[in-house]
Design a protein around this ligand. Structure first.
Ligand code: DC
Length: 224
C-alpha cells in the first residue's frame, strides 16, 4: 500500500510552512518543505555568481551535478543540504526566495527536484508543501489541500514577521512583493501554481493558526 501522503499547495505567505510543520507534527509524520529545495538551487546560483535569469547556466548547475540538493531529518526537523552542506539558515533570505522563484521556472531544475521529492514520499508517510505537489509531484496524494488567503492578509502577516526581525518595510512594498511573486509563480510555463481539481480549498484569511491546523486535520481524518 502507498504510504499516507498529504499535499499542501498555495501562494507565498499563506502560512504553508508553519501550518504544514504543525499538521505533520500532530500526525507524527515528516514534513518536506519543497520550497527549501528550490531555495537551495537559488542560493547555489547566487554563490556561483550566476544570474538566476540565465536559464542555461542555472540548468547546467543541475545537469553537471554541481547543485546537489537533498534533505535529512534531525529530531523530525528538516535540514536542507546543498552539495552536502547544511544551508537551512542561509536559504531564508528574501534575496534567495526571489532567486528560487526565478530558477524554479527551468525544467532541468524541476525535473531533478521533483524526482527526489517523489522518492522521499515513496518510503514513508509524509506531508509535502509547495506549489505543484497536488498537480505534479503527488498526483495520487491521499489528501490535497490548496491553502490560500487574500493578498492583503498574506502581506500583513509577512509584514508582522519582518517587524519582529526589526525590518520595517512598509505594507505597500510587502504587498507589491507578494503580488509580484504570485504573478511569477502562477504564470510560469512549466508547472505553474494552480489548484488541483481534487484539492480542497482552505482560505485562512479569517482563520487563526490553530483554526487552520484544525481544519486541515479534520480533512485528513475524513480521508484516512
Ligand atoms: O515556498 P517558498 O517561498 O520557500 O518557495 C520558493 C520558490 O520556489 C517559490 O517562489 C516557487 C518555487 N517553488 C516551486 O516552484 N515549486 C515548489 N513545489 C515549491 C517552491
Amino acid at each position: 500500500m502507498m504510504p499516507l501522503t498529504i499535499a499542501i499547495d498555495g501562494p507565498v505567505g499563506a502560512g504553508k510552512s508553519t501550518i504544514s510543520d504543525e499538521v505533520a507534527r500532530r500526525l507524527g509524520i515528516l514534513h518536506l518543505d519543497t520550497g527549501a529545495m528550490y531555495r537551495a538551487v537559488g542560493l547555489c546560483a547566487l554563490e556561483e555568481k550566476i544570474d538566476p535569469q540565465d536559464a542555461e547556466k542555472v540548468s547546467a548547475l543541475l545537469t553537471e551535478g554541481r547543485a546537489q540538493v537533498d534533505v535529512r531529518y534531525e529530531g523530525g526537523a528538516q535540514i536542507t543540504l546543498l552539495n552536502g552542506r547544511d544551508v537551512t539558515g542561509l536559504i531564508r533570505s528574501q534575496e534567495v526566495g526571489q532567486a528560487a522563484s526565478t530558477v524554479s521556472r527551468y525544467p532541468a531544475v524541476r525535473k531533478m527536484l521533483v524526482r527526489r521529492q517523489q522518492e522521499l514520499a515513496q518510503t514513508q508517510p509524509m506531508l509535502l508543501d509547495g506549489r505543484d505537489i497536488g498537480t505534479v509531484v503527488l498526483k495520487d496524494a491521499t489528501v490535497k489541500i490548496y491553502l490560500t488567503a487574500s493578498a492583503e492578509a498574506r502581506a500583513k502577516r509577512r509584514m508582522l514577521q519582518l517587524r519582529e526581525k526589526g525590518d520595517d518595510t512598509p505594507f505597500e512594498t510587502v504587498l507589491q512583493e507578494v503580488n509580484a511573486r504570485d504573478y511569477q509563480d502562477m504564470h510560469r510555463a512549466v508547472d505553474p501554481l494552480r489548484r488541483a481539481e481534487d484539492a480542497v480549498l482552505v482560505d485562512s484569511s479569517e482563520l487563526s493558526f490553530d483554526q487552520t491546523v484544525s481544519a486541515i486535520l479534520s480533512l485528513v481524518e475524513a480521508k484516512k
